[in-house]
Design a protein around this ligand. Sequence first.
Ligand code: B4P
Length: 183
Amino acid sequence: MKQRLLFLGPPGAGKGTQAELLAERHQLLHLSTGELLRAEVKAGSALGQEAEAVMARGELVSDALVLAIVRHRLESHQGGWLLDGFPRNLAQAEALDGLLAELDQRIERVLLLELEDGVLIQRLLSRGRADDNEAVIRNRLVVYQEQTAPLIDHYRNLGLLHSVEASGTVAEIGERVVAALVD
Ligand code: B4P
């Protein structure tokens, strides 16, 4: 099975849910930039204070800040990893390529979780996190289309992209995820 993975997809597609299950099952490092940023907010660190208002609007936190977090984690880890919610734009993707070249590593597969907007919005509304109200969710979807969706072609052109239909139960999607990682 592939051991160095990216999970890509719109907010609410289930990246965090599937990434957590897969990482646990295969002992991969699960690196969710969203979770790491929320932990900084909760801890009240300088970094968290900077991120909090940006996240509450559904915008992207600065590339430099997110990259510093990812670099710190990847540099100190041996073995497989799964990046969830990162990279979020082309600048982050290029920075990740540079970091991986330094570490003599490479991305083995990119999984794109695909789901229609209506279902995404319903899932997020029923979760009810601080950034899960309808106006902010709609802004997150716009930000996704403008900044993150260009990564789909980027990774497709590199021959790394596999699409996964992200409707259905967590278990059903999990089976599709595993099927997309073996060949
Ligand atoms: P993230 O934490 O990455 O959140 P997300 O995209 O909203 O969620 P995800 O797709 O992981 O959905 P989940 O599995 O949780 O980002 C939050 C914010 O952090 C961003 O808006 C941004 O401000 C900032 N940020 C993060 N990374 C950044 C970066 N690299 N650069 C800059 N800023 C960054 O699932 C959603 C819900 O659906 C859950 O309630 C779950 O239980 C439910 N669900 C999952 N699968 C389901 C299923 N099969 N059926 C029904 N419900 C399901």
